[in-house]
Write a protein that binds this ligand. Structure first.
Ligand SMILES: Cc1cc2nc3c(=O)[nH]c(=O)nc-3n(C[C@H](O)[C@H](O)[C@H](O)COP(=O)(O)OP(=O)(O)OC[C@H]3O[C@@H](n4cnc5c(N)ncnc54)[C@H](O)[C@@H]3O)c2cc1C
Length: 470
């Protein structure tokens, strides 16, 4: 195994990014014009991929197209979605399509267009560890270079003054169902891999979708549309008390603004935890359009009389599950309100059971002695998205989409990715290359202002020109 050239400690990089999903891709795109910033981004996958297993035809992104990688902080950036359409000679088509919410497949394609053009990205690089080197005042980032098969090809180390973690989320499978996944015979797959297994799922005599969130709804709708009328043989179950719509009112959406994120960060830890649980409909419900499409499809299937053979039951938990021979699975169900139990035999299961933030503990094990944690042992993260570390660590470790507990429901939201990336670059460079907007919501959250501290000079400037202009 050969060792690739080390980026030596004497000339460390300014920034190493770990993971290239939309969040760190946004950061890389906004960092690109900052020529003095020496940054590199590592991704374990062979290329950029955004939830490929769920790029179902017609499925759309839940945020408007302006929530691309850059536009909400720099609409003049060459990496905007509109510039991607221009480069692909599709701007007029989009203009007349009048789509505010683009298809997931188009978002994935746009991100890949950006990723193919940014020189600082390194794919096939899995980061294994980050540690602080107090002698050299730098972070050491160890990685494994992977070959085309994903096998380890070479080990490497990069030295850097700062790190940004954008490792995202991983599919979550509840314990009772875990033994079923990957066992041969009956397809039991997480929704994240749905399209890879769609044909074998559709071929099953009976299919059960577990999970009442957006993914569950999209998979159920896709299956419903592809099952013969009257012989649908589908079950859709979920723990939540209803197949509830995602909160999408215009004032409700102001929870996905920099103003709300700053307000939330300044709250006490127990208040934050209570709010996250209470705000589930802001990020866990089902998009109203998908609910309508499901009802329309069910209704269409009653036109010639009879009811579709599709059972939709909320408030149900899978207690345990087991295989029956090699062709069936038996789910032991519990109704949370009725406190009743039943068994469901099925030929395929799609687990739309969500995602969890990838644990940072493995990569950051070497930093543990320096890390400050909250009462629940979660990393403390400051208002500039930096891990709170022992003051002896002079560099910073920023996080993207790992700060739900400190910054609230906006953490995974694509609409805030560009703003957070800009905030990180402003903090990192200390020069405000992307000055934050003074205000981003009509709602005034809280009685004490948590609006951004705009540098004195700029405030004065801001006031003076307006008056004179007029
Ligand atoms: C199916 C689905 C649909 C969604 N749709 C929307 C939507 O419409 N609107 C919205 O606002 N949000 C949506 N979200 C939420 C969120 O925007 C996405 O999860 C988004 O992908 C988050 O981007 P990310 O960059 O944080 O993480 P990810 O996209 O998860 O990317 C993280 C990357 O890090 C890499 N990585 C992890 N560990 C390492 C390592 N050790 N070394 C190197 N690389 C590593 C992974 O391979 C991955 O590519 C959706 C989420 C899901 C799951």
């Amino acid at each position: 195994m050969t060792n690739p050239p080390h980026h030596d400690a004497a000339s460390p990089r300014d920034l190493v990014g770990i993971g290239i999903g939309p969040c760190n891709l946004s950061l890389a795109a906004l960092a690109h014009p900052l020529a003095e910033l020496d940054a590199v981004f590592y991704e374990q996958r062979p290329d950029f991929a955004w939830h490929r297993g769920l790029l179902i035809e017609g499925a759309t992104v839940q945020v408007p197209f302006l929530a691309d990688l850059v536009t909400l902080v720099d609409p003049t950036s060459p990496w905007s979605f509109l510039n991607y359409l221009r480069a692909r000679e599709r701007l007029f088509l989009f203009y007349f399509a009048e789509r505010f919410h683009i298809q997931r497949a188009e978002y994935d394609s746009y991100c890949r267009w950006v990723a193919q053009s940014l020189p600082a990205l390194r794919f096939h690089h899995q980061v294994d560890a980050v540690r602080w080197n107090p002698e050299r005042d730098v972070f050491e980032v160890d990685f494994t270079q992977l070959d085309a098969e994903g096998e380890a090809e070479a080990l490497g180390r990069t030295y850097t003054r700062n790190v940004v973690l954008g490792v995202g989320t991983a599919p979550y499978v509840p314990d009772p169902l875990r033994p079923l996944v990957d066992a041969p015979g009956v397809p039991v797959v997480h929704a994240a891999d749905y399209l890879d297994h769609r044909s074998e799922v559709l071929a099953a005599d009976h299919v059960t979708v577990v999970g009442s969130g957006q993914s569950g709804a999209e998979v159920f709708l896709d299956l419903l549309r592809h099952r013969p009328a009257g012989r649908e043989r589908l079950h859709w179950i979920g723990r939540s008390e209803a197949f509830a719509p995602m909160e999408y009112s215009k004032l409700g959406l102001e929870h996905f603004t920099p103003d709300y994120t700053r307000y939330f960060h300044a709250l006490a830890e127990p208040v934050r935890d209570r709010l996250i649980a209470a705000q589930w409909q802001l990020h866990k419900g089902i998009d109203a359009g998908t609910i309508a499409a499901i009802h329309d499809e069910l209704y269409r299937r009653t036109l010639h009389g009879g009811w579709p053979d599709a059972v939709l039951t909320p408030g149900v938990r899978v207690r345990t599950a087991g295989r029956i021979a090699t062709t069936k699975v038996e789910l032991h169900l519990e109704h949370l309100q009725q406190d009743s139990r039943s068994r469901l035999t099925t030929g395929a299961v799609v687990l739309a059971t969500g995602y969890r933030e990838r644990s940072l503990d493995r990569i950051l094990a070497g930093l543990d002695p320096y890390m400050r944690r909250d009462n629940s042992e979660r990393p403390r993260i400051d208002d500039e998205f930096r891990l709170v570390l022992d003051p002896s660590v002079t560099g910073s470790v920023y996080v993207q989409n790992a700060e739900l507990h400190t910054h609230g429901v906006g953490a995974p939201d694509l609409g805030l990715a560009a703003w957070r990336s800009a905030a990180i670059l402003n903090s990192l460079t200390g020069e405000n290359p992307y000055p934050p907007a003074a205000r981003t919501a009509f709602t005034t959250f809280g009685l004490q202002s948590t609006r951004p501290r705009i540098p004195r000079a700029r405030q004065e400037l801001h006031l003076t020109p307006l008056v004179e202009g007029r």
